[in-house]
Write a protein that binds this ligand. Structure first.
Ligand SMILES: [Zn+2]
Length: 374
């Protein structure tokens, strides 16, 4: 909790809101703090070109594939202190505890902090883990621009990552045994059911795109209200010449997601035609729902049963780095309850006892997986 609170003080503002946008000074400082903590824990640190940080604790068998655990330290604008850091600091604490107690492990353990999990700045989520999974393609970067007009592709090229070598960060599958992520639930289910742990079965994937309606800027005094029929126009002070909608559609079913995406895009075109205005649909991200590893789920389940922990088996509506990592290794996720289901908000809160329980479960899972015979 001390380390978690130290991370939470970086980028803290009014009413306890935390802002650490990807590649901002605050986010860099949080990564620097993590490097410091990893160094104190005597982990071997590796930082890849985008800034993903890997802290490795070697077992006797240095050649064995590693058990990786972590999450992210970047936040949305005016977010909370637990979304992301719980998984990074939780993994660090797990490895420190394993080390302090001389728990024997067969495979090396690695703690990871992925860069830019949140989409707040460029509309591009799970940036660091997508690069590690080899899931970023040049076309994905076309429409990723921040509100200041900075292109993600330009930021990446400043780090030596160009469309030609996007795959240089990809981690070979054979170097990994599993990826585990502890995260706050970001929903109200665990609290409502009185459960302390959520074991995640699958992650709903988003389709993200922007719809740009181009009309004509008009005088608000002379253009009659009855000509502005939708809520957006009705509530606007001026008649806007251009309106952009950010659309995010998610599902754990690829088929139903595709159906809704098709309908929304068709509807946008119909509305534009009816109002004689232009419309453009700019695709940002198109991802498929990701099932998590059943064997890892069984391991976490067995540990919970053995310790009589009250758990819930559930899908994740929010996206996480685990959905990228699942493409190159077995991936599992552990949720801890979010008070009132609130996240991406300064009111985000998880009981320290639940965080401790989640970290304990993460640690025991890491040990079990590290010692599994392949
Ligand atoms: Zn998160």
């Amino acid at each position: 909790m001390r380390d978690l609170n130290a991370v939470g003080r970086i980028g803290i503002g009014e009413r306890g809101a935390v802002t650490r946008l990807v590649f901002s000074i605050k986010e860099l400082r949080s990564r620097q703090l993590l490097i410091h903590l990893m160094r104190q824990a005597e982990l071997a640190i590796r930082i890849d070109p985008i800034g993903n940080i890997f802290g490795r604790f070697d077992s006797a068998n240095t050649k064995a594939p590693a058990v990786l655990a972590g999450s992210h330290l970047d936040t949305v604008i005016h977010g909370g202190k637990y979304d992301g850091p719980v998984g990074v600091i939780g993994a660090l604490e797990a490895v420190r505890t394993i080390r302090e107690n001389h728990i024997p492990i067969h495979s090396p353990l690695e703690v990871v902090c992925f860069v830019g999990e949140e989409s707040s700045r460029f509309g591009f989520s799970t940036l660091g883990s997508s690069l590690v999974a080899g899931e970023v393609h040049p076309k994905d970067l076309t429409n990723a621009v921040d509100p200041q007009g900075t292109k993600l592709a330009d930021v990446l090229s400043g780090l030596g990552i160009s469309s030609r070598n996007l795959h240089q960060l990809q981690r070979p599958s054979k170097s990994l045994k599993a990826y585990l992520e502890l995260h706050i639930e970001q929903g109200p289910i665990l609290e409502a059911k009185g459960k302390r742990i959520g074991l995640v079965t699958s992650i709903a994937a988003p389709s993200r795109f922007r719809i740009v309606f181009k009309g004509r800027a008009d005088h608000s005094g002379t253009t009659p209200m009855e000509m502005r029929k939708d809520a957006l126009v009705a509530s606007a002070h001026a008649v806007p010449g251009k309106v952009e909608l950010a659309v995010d559609i998610r599902s754990t079913s690829a088929q139903s997601k595709a159906r809704v995406v098709r309908r929304v895009k068709a509807q946008a075109r119909t509305i534009a035609r009816r109002r004689s205005i232009g419309v453009a649909v700019l695709n940002i991200r198109e991802e498929n729902p990701v099932p998590l590893d059943k064997r890892l789920l069984r391991v976490t389940r067995e540990i919970c049963d053995g310790k009589k922990i009250n758990y819930e088996i559930m899908p994740s509506g929010a996206g996480h780095d685990a959905m990228q990592m699942a493409k190159i290794t077995r991936a599992g996720m552990i949720f801890v309850p979010s008070r009132r289901g609130i996240s991406h908000n300064p009111l985000e809160w998880t009981d320290p006892d639940d965080i401790a329980l989640g970290a304990q479960l993460l640690m025991e899972t890491m040990v079990r997986v590290a010692n599994e015979t392949p």
